[in-house]
Design a protein around this ligand. Structure first.
Ligand code: NAD
Length: 316
């Protein structure tokens, strides 16, 4: 990981920005958006459509093209995206990538002091806490604001947004977050990322057990649609019976837009969090083991709903 620059090492241009943007309460107008994938792409497009000046960065040229079409400005690096930004949104796959992007010397040198960093990806809560402390000492406040609601929620601006961090920082981000969905302050720094991982551990376990039950019912001769209707009026319902099975599994499209690898990452974060807090999580651990086994036998870019394909083969 690159060395974190010390204040006395700031360049002349950084010191000029310090003077210009010293205020932490500057309203957000210019947004650097880093990570324009399945979620970040539509989120950045919504912000551009609502009048924010969005400078986007992604390693994928196709993602940058999409942003251009949506009215945003593609930047040739994360560092040039953040120059002059009031806020930096990160929608990246992992904490490793978040840290490598945000702690690069080039980016830190270009980042205006007081720019609010908003990590909207599903990162690791304890690493988020450490990162926020490191950035705060250089007047770069960070909040975590991970989301649920999937690609459809990103397109329609209906995401559930779980915000961790200082309340005044969240208030500053609120108008922008409300364009993307419904933000709720859930606790101190890292609480959003903790809650998001725990939600996905539940969601993954629900999908697995729902799929086991659906395959048993099917083998017995019950029509899967009849089963879903009945379960959705009963206590076994969940996002898996209300959304994933009817919309992505029964039609055999398997195109929820949420990769299996990202689900396993989130489950690993939740189980590791339980361990680090000294709490047992036997069912979580067993769910993670099963999901990892399916992951090892499915294609690397499989959608998470494709675990049903794996179950169909292994439960024959
Ligand atoms: P994705 O893989 O579609 O998008 C990630 C983007 O980051 C890609 O476009 C990739 O090119 C880009 N990227 C990777 N490394 C980069 C770097 N060093 N610099 C710049 N860009 C880089 O993933 P996604 O599904 O959009 O998920 C993003 C985050 O949101 C993840 O943390 C995921 O767990 C979380 N999430 C996803 C969903 C979903 O339904 N897809 C829902 C909720 C949360």
């Amino acid at each position: 990981m690159p060395e974190f620059p010390q204040p006395w090492n700031r360049s002349a241009s950084q010191r000029r920005r310090l003077g210009r943007y010293g205020s932490m309460s500057r309203p957000i107008q210019k947004v650097a958006f880093i990570g324009l994938g399945k979620m970040g792409g539509p989120m950045a497009s919504r912000l551009a459509a609502r009048g924010y000046r969005v400078q986007g960065s992604d390693v994928s040229p196709e993602a940058l093209d999409q942003l251009r079409k949506a009215g945003g400005a593609p930047a040739d690096s994360p560092a040039s995206a953040v120059a002059d930004a009031d806020a930096v949104i990160l929608m990246l796959p992992t904490s490793d990538i978040v840290e490598s992007v945000i702690l690069s010397d080039d980016l830190l040198d270009a980042l205006p002091v007081g720019a609010l960093i908003i990590d909207m990806g599903s990162s690791e809560p304890l690493r988020t806490l450490a990162l926020a402390e490191r950035l705060a000492s250089h007047q770069h406040p960070l909040i975590d604001a991970p989301v649920s609601g999937g690609v459809r929620g990103a397109e329609q601006g209906t995401l559930t947004i779980m915000v961790g961090g200082a309340e005044e920082a969240m208030e500053r981000a609120q108008p922008l977050l409300e364009i993307l969905g419904k933000p709720t302050h859930v606790g101190p720094t890292g609480a959003g990322h903790a809650l998001k991982a725990l939600n996905n551990l539940l969601s993954a376990a629900h999908l697995w057990i729902t799929s086991e039950a659906m395959l048993v019912g099917e083998r017995f001769g019950i029509d899967p649609k009849v089963m879903l209707d009945a379960i959705n009026g009963s206590s076994g319902r969940s996002g898996s019976t209300e959304n994933k099975w009817p919309n992505f599994i029964l039609p055999e499209t398997y195109n929820s837009g949420f990769a299996l690898g990202l689900m396993v990452k989130d489950m690993s974060i939740a189980v590791a969090l339980a361990n680090s807090l000294g709490l047992p999580s036997p069912l979580g651990q067993e769910s993670l083991r099963l999901w990892k086994q399916a992951q090892s036998e499915l294609p690397p870019n499989a959608d998470h709903t494709e675990i049903v394909k794996w179950l169909r083969i292994h439960h024959r």
